[in-house]
Design a protein around this ligand. Structure first.
Ligand SMILES: [Zn+2]
Length: 175
């Protein structure tokens, strides 16, 4: 059962994912909150908009949290991270470094770079990863909204299929 607080922040993460899509990049959004469910930081994918392969939504939120993460390390505070898509291996690393004790995501990433469940299943960094509560796909309606955004992304000119086609057309053109 999803709590009102979880729903509010998952919806905020979805708004960030929508904004990312408008910016012609992967529709993924993330939100970081503290133990009292105060908003700490928001983030969204900027891979295409910033031409930065490491600019994932979760990393963006962690970067935007800035000194809050360091303050948390000193004061023994912990965070919840919400993401609209299952974190990839890179973001899983970022999560392990950032005092995050709970991760909630809307859609499992079976086709792409879903990494959090695989990392846990592999039993690597087990002591650290076992301290994190993982909540996958807690709400079918919100999951559906992320799936819609992913479908819209497939139509986007920055989708890798369209970029490859564009590059091929360019290569075939004789000037
Ligand atoms: Zn990632």
């Amino acid at each position: 059962m999803i709590s009102g607080q979880d729903r509010k922040y998952l919806e905020l993460a979805l708004e960030q994912a929508e904004q990312a899509l408008k910016e012609n990049t992967y529709p993924v959004g993330a939100v970081l909150v503290d133990e009292q469910f105060n908003l700490v930081a928001i983030g969204r994918n900027r891979v295409h908009s910033a031409q930065d392969t490491t600019a994932h939504a979760e990393i963006d939120a962690i970067r935007n949290a800035g000194e809050a993460i360091f303050d948390a390390k000193i004061r023994q505070k912990t965070f919840t991270l919400y993401s609209t898509l299952e974190p990839c291996p890179m973001c899983t690393g970022g999560i392990l470094f950032s005092k995050i004790k709970r991760v909630v995501w809307l859609l499992n990433d079976e086709m792409g770079f879903g990494g959090l469940r695989k990392t846990k299943a592999a039993g690597v960094f087990q002591e650290k990863i076992d301290r994190i509560e993982l909540i996958e796909e807690p709400d079918v309606v919100l999951k559906g909204k992320q799936q819609e955004l992913m479908r819209a992304w497939e139509e986007n000119p920055n989708h890798v299929v369209h970029l490859r086609e564009a590059a091929k057309i360019k290569a075939d053109t004789v000037y």
